[in-house]
Design a protein around this ligand. Structure first.
Ligand SMILES: [Zn+2]
Length: 279
């Protein structure tokens, strides 16, 4: 059944890396946890209460609460550490419309961000560095996309356990704004200096490709980017002229590697829906 993920999310590190995030893997993360997920329905965001809390401390836990305390840890420099693939003690008592009462640990991936949270009344992103906030929304978007769920499946601990436990984390995060940012990120796959180029993300079309998808690419380039692709022939053959137009498009688009190859990132930037031929 699509969208239901029983078992261990051993795909976490790969999915985060594909999002262009800086990922660290704590040794043994695939086997760490308090058992197996019944099904993963979403993501729950936390702050640790300290700007310097480490991923190791999340793995270890504390007296009376053995770790892991969450699956992911996000440091202030934006490094996302995968701590565990098993169930973690992060949610505790609480409720939310798509979660049975007090079952958050078995249905959500916990994300602990090294942050004091400032205060329950702090404005959005006070004391949240760009690198950490960017890694948070990238992580949530990557996981929601993988689960086949919308941004609404990312919630804050305060939304789940505010009433039950008086939780206010993540502090200085307006969950409505975070979800809006996640929704935009889900729509527009990663781009930026850390994004892998299409050569590594998977080739959809390249020099030598032929067929209706090439014609669609040529049509898009010719009519949407007439300034430099207006003379392109729509013949369904990916030759030197098409490659030159693709390179020019990549050069003019922030975050794309210039390699003349149409992979997922370039196709998304062109708003082309292409199907991989290596199905
Ligand atoms: Zn929390």
């Amino acid at each position: 059944m699509p969208g239901v993920w029983r078992g261990y999310p051993v795909w976490l590190a790969d999915v985060l890396r594909a999002e262009g995030l800086k990922v660290a893997e704590l040794v043994g993360w695939r086997r760490r946890g308090h058992g197996v997920f019944s099904d993963i329905r979403g993501v729950m965001v936390h702050h640790t209460g300290s700007d310097s809390a480490t991923a190791e401390s999340i793995a270890l836990g504390r007296p009376g609460l053995p770790g892991p305390l969450s699956q992911l840890h996000i440091a202030r420099d934006g490094i996302v550490t995968v701590v565990a693939a098993g169930v973690a003690w992060h949610a505790g008592a609480g409720s939310y419309p798509w979660l049975p009462a007090n079952t958050g640990n078995w249905h959500t991936i916990g994300v602990e961000c090294a942050n004091t949270g400032t205060s329950p009344w702090a404005p959005h992103r006070r004391n949240w560095p760009d690198a950490q906030y960017g890694a948070l929304l990238g992580s949530c978007a990557a996981i929601c996309r993988r689960l086949g769920q919308p941004a609404g499946r990312t919630i804050g601990h305060k939304e789940y356990a505010g009433r039950a436990q008086g939780k206010w984390d993540p502090g200085a995060i307006d969950m409505g704004i975070l979800r809006r940012d996640i929704a935009a990120r889900i729509e527009t796959p990663p781009s930026g200096p850390t994004a892998p180029t299409d050569r590594y993300a998977g080739v959809l079309l390249e020099r030598g490709s032929t067929g209706p998808q090439v014609a669609e690419l040529q049509r898009r380039l010719k009519y949407a980017y007439a300034a430099y692709a207006g003379a392109l022939d729509i013949n369904g053959e990916f030759g030197p002229d098409t490659e030159a137009a693709v390179r020019e498009f990549q050069r003019r688009t922030t975050g794309l590697g210039v390699d003349g190859i149409v992979g997922p990132a370039t196709a998304a930037a062109l708003r082309l829906r292409l199907v991989s031929s290596q199905a």
